[in-house]
Ligand binder design. Structure first.
Ligand code: NAD
Ligand code: ZN
Length: 365
């Protein structure tokens, strides 16, 4: 397979806060020259963890230094449990010690954990400095690096501390996915499928038609699905930057998904796997409310299975326990459970459901 020469660009259109997402193959060495366009001061810092830094740190560092920047790097331990205020503080201390100024920038090299904590640190250091994302997991490339949600976990709740703060640039090299564990890759594909269900029936069909190419990482197909996912998320976010309305549709599959992650202590399932079960559960609920045709429910189940994602919530998991957790989710508004439910492939509505038997029923399916 010859390397793809072209870089695709998706513009996230947010007025003065607009930025480009650049997607290509083997483009890590090209990020340095691009940074010169942003008017950052000479001193910038890269945040990563040892796993990702060992794989890609040197290439990014060399490219950025060759472009004339004085680049330092800050490593934090690898894992969701380190996405917290203690490590934010560590990053901020390093930035002060290194003498980063108000025009400096941070670069995030890693998955969603690194992206979220780096974006948050950038949003509060000296009341906000620029940041650039180089996401290296499929989930972060199609989801967490787009949209400007930053933040960390608190002992009393996941992602409870954070800001809306847009990056200046997102730089996606699909070659970084070559080292990503297979399960992580499938987990990212769950979010890709989500975009098809909530927004674009044509994209859903593409994902069905090109399953083999996508699962075997043919570059053209990978670039296309990442680009289309970013476009859809960008479109939704551009209309509703701070989640007061439309953006809620991105939570399709997440009401049940978050409850599954929580009840299993975030250890048994990857995020996308939990979301896959959540998407099937929500589609089943839509069917039981006569919102969705039986054929469409079957198609949603089939696509998840084709991408080797789980659809049924394991019987060991307490349904009542899940329901309780859903009521405690931060997205619950005045005690009413709201679900993003598909009414066809490519369209969803946000529906308040008070019939708990129906909800329990969709979890039994
Ligand atoms: N901000 C948002 O809008 C948003 C959206 C979705 C998820 N998130 C957050 O994203 C986080 C999950 O992100 P994630 O799934 O990317 O997990 P992650 O960042 O923990 O990465 C998963 C694992 O893969 C490793 N890794 C990363 N890139 C690699 C590569 N190219 N090769 C080999 N290993 C690699 C990481 O070191 C880590 O061990 C969660 O904290 C979640 O809350 C944020
Ligand atoms: Zn998600």
């Amino acid at each position: 397979m010859t390397k793809k020469e072209v870089m695709e660009t998706v513009l996230v259109s947010l007025g003065k806060r607009s930025y480009d997402i650049v997607i290509g193959q083997d483009i890590l060495d090209a990020v340095g020259p691009r940074l010169k366009e942003y008017g950052f001061s000479k001193k910038i810092a890269l945040v990563s963890n040892q796993t990702v830094f060992n794989l890609y740190g040197e290439r990014v560092m060399n490219s950025v230094k060759a472009a004339g920047f004085d680049l330092s790097h800050i490593l934090i331990p690898d894992g969701e449990e380190y996405k917290d205020m203690q490590w934010v503080n560590y990053i901020l201390s390093e930035l002060l010690k290194e003498g980063l100024d108000r025009k400096s920038a941070l670069m995030a090299l890693g998955g969603g954990v690194i992206g979220d904590i780096t974006g948050f640190a950038a949003s509060i250091y000296m009341r906000g400095i620029g940041y650039v994302q180089i996401p290296t997991t499929l989930l972060s490339q199609v989801d967490s690096s787009v949209g400007g949600k930053t933040g960390v976990n608190h002992t009393l709740g996941k992602n409870m501390i954070g800001t809306f703060y847009q990056p200046r640039l997102v730089w996606i090299d699909i070659d970084t996915l070559k080292t990503l564990p297979w399960r992580q890759r499938l987990s990212g594909l769950a979010e890709v499928i989500k975009y098809g269900v909530i927004w674009d029936a044509g994209f859903f069909q593409y994902l069905l038609d090109k399953t083999d190419e996508i699962l075997s990482s043919i570059p053209d197909n990978l670039i296309y699905i990442i680009k289309r996912s970013c476009q859809i998320k960008a479109e939704v976010v551009s209309e509703d930057e701070t989640e007061s309305g439309l953006r809620a549709i991105l939570n399709y599959g997440h009401t049940v998904g978050h409850a599954i992650e929580s009840i299993t202590g975030y250890r048994k399932f990857l995020h996308g796997e939990a979301v896959a079960m959540g998407m099937y559960a929500a589609a089943s609920l839509a069917r039981s409310l006569s919102m969705l045709e039986p054929d469409d429910l079957t198609r949603i189940k089939n696509i998840l299975e084709l991408y080797r994602l789980p659809v049924k919530v394991p019987t060991k998991i307490s349904r009542k326990g899940l329901l309780e957790l859903m009521y405690h989710d931060k997205k619950t508004i005045s005690g009413e459970l709201r679900f993003v439910l598909p009414n066809k492939i490519g369209g969803v509505s946000v529906v308040a459901v008070s019939d708990t038997d129906k909800i329990l029923g969709c979890l039994q399916a």
